[in-house]
Design a protein around this ligand. Structure first.
Ligand SMILES: Cc1cc2nc3c(=O)[nH]c(=O)nc-3n(C[C@H](O)[C@H](O)[C@H](O)COP(=O)(O)O)c2cc1C
Length: 407
């Protein structure tokens, strides 16, 4: 298990506003990249007068997003997805203008639309002339943004490019980097202090010492969910069937083979606040496991395999007296996906079913997923996204539900 402060593999969406201090964001990108943090840059129109998209793109090793109405951007990523593609949104420099527009809830360019369309935490780094900073309008906006949950770094007091002295100077890149690392630290995440169990991958049910009954689950979605919950501060036990995925940072992994082992590992990990059952657990296992390898004998009929039902891990966890506060199951279906998911929700006694259509090419074993969240509140359909994004969004949704949000 890696340290609780691990932040590598985290993603920052950096919005660069049109201030003289914008040049400092290049050094900031360098520092963040050095810490293993991916930076996706967004440049306001005014920002592009101070730093070039080329410098930002080169340092971020990512394309720079500037235009809300770019057809290419919408086709490739879409402004809604872009707004949710990071663990933290950083606005540096946050101009007086950006602060005012964000405080007012305006969405009249890409930067402010992203800020309005997201529930990702936001960190602003103001930089402006001292009188602009001290102006009652800016101070009102600061109060509003703080009340909306926006965090701030700086401004510092010092000499400014305009020749005046006072508060308004943008914090130095090293200090901003530290604030970002702290904001990204799982110890500060909304799931800090919560325990989660995640199952992932297939099970393998032995027929004899060399043969197993298994399925095509890769474990990718479950592993991504375990990582996303840990990134929000949860203490995660990942009960994994036989897969080759690397263990996500900050997660305790328990490897199992059979459904019965998986259930035992889940029960041993209780009590927990959250259970997310992503594993494709075999419904049946061979009734008899042959002690030696079953031999092919010329002229005889192939052996018959009698199957017996495996324990139902999702239903068992949902019905226990000490059940986790939120139990989420996955339903891999190939037809009438949502109707099956609704039925499964009732049958298993869990709180949400994440339904995915595994008949779609590339879902099983692939890197993208299209899911619907089925709960007592109804059905939420999510557009296709990489499994890591589905995981991040689901983890945020779980955090909000445990915090008293919609269940
Ligand atoms: C040379 C110059 C420097 C500027 N520096 C700042 C600044 O440091 N902070 C600020 O809030 N605005 C500054 N402005 C004004 C902003 O560029 C202007 O409000 C712009 O509309 C901000 O757009 P944006 O918030 O979309 O990036 C400056 C303008 C110029 C011409």
């Amino acid at each position: 298990m890696e340290g609780a402060g691990t932040v590598s593999d985290r993603r920052v969406l950096l919005i660069v506003g049109g201030g003289i201090a914008a040049y400092k964001c290049l050094e900031l990108v360098r520092l963040l990249r050095g810490r293993g943090i991916a930076v996706r840059p967004v440049l306001t129109e005014a920002g592009s007068r101070f730093v070039t998209p080329l410098s930002l793109a080169a340092l971020c090793e990512d394309r720079v997003h500037t235009d809300l109405f770019s057809l290419t951007d919408e086709a490739e990523m879409g402004h809604i997805r872009l707004s949710r593609s990071a663990d933290l949104i950083v606005v540096a420099p946050a101009t007086a203008d950006l602060m005012a527009r964000a405080a007012a809830g305006l969405a009249n360019d890409l930067a402010t639309t992203l800020l309005l369309a997201t529930d990702t935490p936001v960190l602003m780094v103001p930089a402006m002339n001292v009188r602009m900073w001290n102006h009652p309008a800016t101070q009102r906006n600061l109060t509003t943004l703080r009340a909306d949950g926006v965090r701030f770094v700086g401004p510092e007091v010092g000499d400014m490019a305009c020749g005046e002295t006072g508060p308004g100077r943008m914090a130095e890149p090293a200090a901003i980097c530290e604030a970002i690392l702290e904001a990204l630290s799982p110890a500060h995440g909304p799931l800090a202090g919560r325990r989660a169990i995640v199952t992932a991958g297939p099970t393998a049910e032995p027929i004899d010492p060399v043969r197993v009954l298994t399925n095509r689950s890769s474990g990718k979605q479950g592993f991504a969910i375990a990582g996303a919950l840990a990134a929000l501060g949860a203490e995660v036990v990942l009960v994994a069937g036989p897969v080759s995925e690397p263990t996500p940072a900050g997660v305790r992994r328990v490897d199992v083979e059979t459904a019965r082992e998986m259930l035992a590992a889940c029960e041993a990990a209780l009590p927990a606040d959250i259970a997310v059952c992503v594993a494709a657990v075999a419904d049946w296992r061979p009734a008899e496991v042959s002690a030696g390898k079953t031999k092919k004998v010329a002229g005889t009929a192939p052996p018959e395999i009698q199957l017996v039902e495996n324990p139902d891990i999702l239903a068992t966890l949902s019905r226990r007296a000490d059940r986790p506060a939120l139990v989420v199951g996955f339903a891999a279906e190939t037809e009438t996906v949502e109707a099956h998911a609704q039925a499964k929700l009732e049958r298993k006694g869990c709180d949400w079913i994440v339904a995915n259509d595994v008949s779609r090419p590339g879902v099983m074993g692939g890197t993208a997923n299209t899911v619907s969240i089925v709960s007592a509140a109804g059905i939420e359909r999510w557009e296709e996204a990489p499994k890591t994004e589905v995981a991040a969004r689901l983890a945020a949704r779980i955090a909000a539900a445990l915090d008293g949000g919609p269940a």
